[in-house]
Design a protein around this ligand. Sequence first.
Ligand code: PLP
Length: 390
Amino acid sequence: MVDRSAPSQPFVYLDNGATTRTDPVVVEAMLPYFTERFGNPSSIHALGARSRRAVEEARAEVAAALGCDPDEVLFTSGGTEADNLAVRGAWNASRGSHVVMTNIEHPAVLSCAEWVRAHGGEVTLVDVEPNGIVDADHVLAAVREDTAVVAVMAANNEIGTVQPVDRIGAALRQKHPEVFFFVDAVQAFTKLALDVRAIRADAVAVSSHKIHGPKGVGALYLRRGRRIEPLQSGGSQERGVRPGTENVPGIVGFAKAVELATRDVEADRRRMAALRNRLLEAVETHLQPVSLNGDRHRRLCNNLNVNFHGARAEVLLHMLEAEGLYCSSGAACHSQKRGPSHVLRAIGLRRDEGSLRLTLSRHTTEADIERAIDILRRVVPRARAMAPAH
Ligand code: PLP
């Protein structure tokens, strides 16, 4: 029997937007695929066939969660690869030259804009509104005759804002059916009801380690009939679109994580939202002046991004860690840079104020939230007292 309770940790972990603890049940499901069931899925003997079956069962699990058929799921090394494969692969496969994306996409997508430009294409970045949500009409207005790809994330990784991908998908299918519509759903997967057919996407990226699965594995939904160029050459795995021997233990773990995350998904979302709201209420009651970054209602159930005015994010982070609260000042991948992230700048923040991202998961408990509130109430006033007057 696996103990699924979180080990009692000396810290409260509210950085689940960066990554999550791998569920012990997931680890247990993966283990045989390192040792007894180590066959290569491409081998034709029984050991290979066992691995092939495990990969195909995992594909069916992920497909069911996305609302597509198993043959429309390609396994990748994670969200970053799925993002690159979709945007660059679709651009390479098309005769168009222009790409449209929002200005708050994850760096794994935004960096593809640089790549497209370096390869002679043009990119239009559509600004989001001050609430961190893009106006669907602005995205559609940016589409031109030569547009090959439109990329809009389902929900933002820093401020959790949910984007109108269903409206954009429906309008694109109607007015520009040839345009390849890509949705990065790495943060939204299982946190939002997301049906790839309902949003009319051609491709959707998801990642395992955001949902208590292992790191280094993800998937790309690719609508049947849509073609993208592979980014690497090799064997015929994953329909030749993503060659390379499959990460069988990782794929098995990812599928187990999907199974656990979708078992009681609506109750999990409600519970996360209630805990998140309790945290926000405490922060707004006791720690003014604060402001919420991103729309109050149209945001992921597990995300809070709060600007603690008069404090510095960097100082806050260190002081909170010393008291046992782990969170972040933005995206994990931005943490080495100074100043507001591209997302915070996009919603109008000019200074590196005290913006913290606090992200919950299915494993976050009421006790975690109460402890986090207690730590914030002690630390924020001290951090403000240390900040130079603006
Ligand atoms: N897209 C979004 C929205 C993300 O939040 C992340 C990770 O933070 C990624 C893509 C990259 O996923 P991975 O870490 O699996 O490469």
